[in-house]
Design a binder for this molecule. Sequence first.
Ligand code: EZ4
Ligand code: CO
Length: 407
Amino acid sequence: MTTIRSAEVLVSSPSRNFVTLRITSEDGVVGLGDATLNGRELAVASYLRDHVTPLLIGLDAHRIEDTWQFLYRSAYWRRGPVTMSAIAAVDMALWDIKARRAGMPLYQLLGGASRAGVLVYAHASGGDLAQLGDSVRARLAEGYKAVRLQVAVPGMGSVYGVGATVAGRYAYEPAKRAGLTVEEGWDSARYLRHLPGVFEWARAEFGPDPMLLHDAHHRLTPIQAARLGRDLEPYDLFWLEDCTPAENQEALRLVRQHTVTPLAIGEVMNSIHDFRTLIQEQLIDYVRASVTHTGGITGLRRIFDFAALHQVKSGSHGPTDISPVGMAAALHLDLAIHNFGIQEYMAHDALAAEVFRTSYTYADGMMHPGNAPGLGVDYDDEAASRFPYEAAYLPAARLVDGTVHDW
Ligand code: EZ4
Ligand code: CO
């Protein structure tokens, strides 16, 4: 038995806000966990600081499954993004400690490597096709084999996923800092008319080889999603993401009846129960969940193993609002599981690298978690102290007549 001596909640904002949990065992081994919930960061920090960390002191740091079940079942209030992000941080930190004590990179404790490296996709966006073209070319030049394309829609203002200043680089994230929610317009009819031509152009421009993805960001009704999936079929997408809100999992039956475009769903979900119908009925092809919001390595692995029974693959969420700690955890899992699909990768900027020292690597469209013991991430307190928390909100969307729409 190795008891937990301390558990500290660290909030820092090197270009965007991150919540990190640091657990230290009685013999001084340190583990890190990511608890970042974009736009609602302090809710998780409080949940951890005020309700979870007091319970951890004195527990056996090696009892990961038992601690997961204790935090999940004994809170009485199950599921939800705040709770599951907090449990995720504890889970990651305990796996980190166990692997550091074993002197092994975490993926070895998860069964070892199932592949040489982790296929990742990058983001490209543009205010028009010329800008989008520059953005895609930059990603391909960096070696990416898979790229997500987002583009402005003529007649609409700013749109999800399109960089505010597009200099080849996707500059949309982070959410606007030090301000309240920014509202954007949305018009599904214009979007549905515009998008197929964008992918027709992309295939003509870049040929059949690059894997192309698109994120509809929950904006469509099921029948609209069905039409979009069908209209995109000639352009052979790797996946169409979040084509319709999926709280109503049965809605995907309708989409599935009409299109063979592969579907990916799940970045706003936090529990295996959110995926039950989607996976059991094979209504999706990729589980889009993040390790940070689904109860950590223990929670997400359970979802991926369930998905494997139904030939559904992983497609872990990896935007910059997942911290380098969460990214590392995802990479270890990606390398170890059999039903890996693809991993999203939005490189963090240089300020984040001052706070989080990582050992994962990127080359030729692939990543590897590295072979440092544990997750392979260290946290620099001195650097973090230079980047205090700054409130930031995600945008909101309204239809042309002012009705609030899904963001
Ligand atoms: O909007 O992570 O596919 N990626 C996405 C992200 C999400 C943000 C929300 O926190 O949709 O950019
Ligand atoms: Co998305």
